[in-house]
Design a protein around this ligand. Structure first.
Ligand code: FMN
Length: 334
C-alpha cells in the first residue's frame, strides 16, 4: 500500500485524511450524512453550501461535526451574495478547509478565509489562472475536466492534467477531477504529479447518500453517453454548461434560457441577475430530482463516469475498491 500513500503524501498532509480522495461538493447530495461518511472512511468530504443561507450552513456544519470523526471541508460558491457571511460561519466552526467554486474568488475572500486559519482550495480552469491563484496564496488547486457532472468547463481532464500538472504540481498540491470512476485512473493522475483526486458521480449512489432512490436508479441505468452537456441557446446570455442525464428537464432548461433572455432584452434584469436566475433554476431542478425523486423534470446532474456506477455500496466499500484498484495498478507497473 505504500506506493499510493507516497504519491498522495502531500494531498493527505494538506487534508489530514488517510487518502487524498475528495468527494467533491454536490448540491443537495453532499450534506451531513455523505460528508461525514466520506471523511470517516479515510477520504475527505466537503459540504455543498450552494445557495444555503448562513443560518442553514451553520446548522449543517454543526450536524456534520456531530457525525464526523475526521476533518471535512466546506464548498462555497463565489457568486453567493452572502459569501463573506458564509466565510464567517466557517471561521466560527474552525472549518479547516474551504473550497471556493464558481469562478475567480472576489477581492478579500482568500484573505478572509486564510485569516481564519483555514486552507483555501480553488478550481484552476487554465494554467494561467492556476499560476495567478497560487500567487494569490491558495493552498491547493483542483483541475476539473468536462467529463465531470454538474457545471463544467470546455476542456477534458486528460488535457488539463497534461497542461497543468508538469508546471504547477511542484508548487501546491493539485487534485484532478472529472471522469474518474476507477482506481486505475487515480494511479495514472498520481503518476503524472497529482497529489490526489476529486470524485463526485462515483459517490452519488453510496448507501449513506440521501439522494432519492429514483435518482440512484437513474444512475444505475445510465451509460456514459447519456450524461450530456447543456446547450447555450442565446449567444447574448452566456450560461455555464451543466452535465446531466438527458430527460424532459433538459428541454425545460432550453425554455428557461429563452425566458431569461427575453427579460434581458426587455431590460427587466441585468446580466448578473440573469445568470443568477439561471443558477437558481439549476439549484431548484437538482433539488427536485435529488430530494423529491422527480427524475423526469428535475436535473439529473451526472458525469460521464456514471456508466461505472452500477449498485448501491457503502462509502467505505467504494473508497476501499478505488484504493485497491489504484494500488494494484501502481504495483503492476513495478
Ligand atoms: C449531482 C452533482 C452536483 C454537483 N454540485 C456541485 C456543487 O454544488 N458545487 C461544486 O463545486 N461542484 C458540484 N459538482 C461537481 C463535483 O463536486 C465534482 O467536482 C465532480 O462531480 C467530479 O467529477 P465526476 O462527476 O466526473 O466525478 C456536482 C456534481 C454532481 C454529479
Amino acid at each position: 500500500m505504500s506506493k499510493i500513500n507516497d504519491l498522495m503524501a502531500r494531498g493527505t498532509e494538506l487534508l489530514g485524511s488517510d487518502y487524498a480522495i475528495l468527494c467533491g461538493a454536490m448540491s443537495w447530495v453532499s450534506e451531513r450524512h455523505l460528508v461525514s461518511a466520506i471523511s470517516n472512511a479515510g477520504g475527505f468530504g466537503v459540504i455543498a453550501c450552494g445557495a444555503m443561507t448562513p443560518e442553514l450552513l451553520d446548522a449543517e456544519i454543526t450536524a456534520t461535526k456531530a457525525l464526523a470523526t475526521r476533518n471535512f471541508g466546506v464548498n462555497l460558491i463565489t457568486m453567493h451574495p452572502q459569501l463573506f457571511e458564509l466565510i464567517d460561519v466557517c471561521a466560527k466552526h474552525d472549518v479547516g478547509h474551504v473550497v471556493l467554486a464558481g469562478g475567480l474568488p472576489p477581492k478579500g475572500s482568500l484573505e478572509a478565509i486564510k485569516a481564519s486559519g483555514a486552507k483555501v482550495i480553488c478550481f484552476a480552469p487554465t494554467l494561467a489562472m492556476g499560476k495567478k491563484l497560487i500567487r494569490s496564496g491558495v493552498d491547493a488547486l483542483v483541475i476539473e475536466g468536462m467529463e465531470a457532472g454538474g457545471h463544467i468547463g470546455p476542456v477534458s481532464t486528460s488535457v488539463l492534467a497534461q497542461e497543468i500538472l508538469p508546471t504547477l504540481a511542484d508548487e501546491v498540491p493539485v487534485f484532478v477531477a472529472g471522469g474518474i470512476g476507477r482506481g486505475e485512473a487515480i494511479a495514472a493522475y498520481l503518476e503524472m504529479g497529482a497529489s490526489g483526486v476529486q470524485l463526485g458521480t462515483r459517490f452519488v449512489c453510496a448507501t449513506e447518500s440521501i439522494a432519492h432512490p429514483n435518482f440512484k436508479k437513474a444512475f444505475f441505468r445510465a451509460s456514459a453517453r447519456e450524461a450530456v452537456a447543456s446547450v447555450q441557446i442565446d449567444p447574448r446570455l452566456p450560461v455555464i454548461p451543466v452535465r446531466a442525464l438527458k430527460n424532459a428537464g433538459t428541454e425545460a432548461f432550453t425554455a428557461k434560457q429563452r425566458e431569461v433572455a427575453n427579460k434581458l432584452d426587455k431590460g427587466e434584469v441585468d446580466m448578473m441577475q440573469a445568470q443568477l436566475e439561471i443558477e437558481h433554476y439549476w439549484a431548484g431542478a437538482l433539488r427536485r430530482a435529488v430530494i423529491d425523486g422527480d427524475v423526469e423534470n428535475g436535473s439529473l446532474m451526472a458525469g460521464q463516469s456514471v456508466g461505472m456506477v452500477s449498485e448501491e455500496e457503502s462509502v467505505a466499500a467504494i473508497v476501499a475498491s478505488l484504493v485497491q484498484q489504484a494500488d494494484a495498478a501502481l504495483h503492476a507497473r513495478g
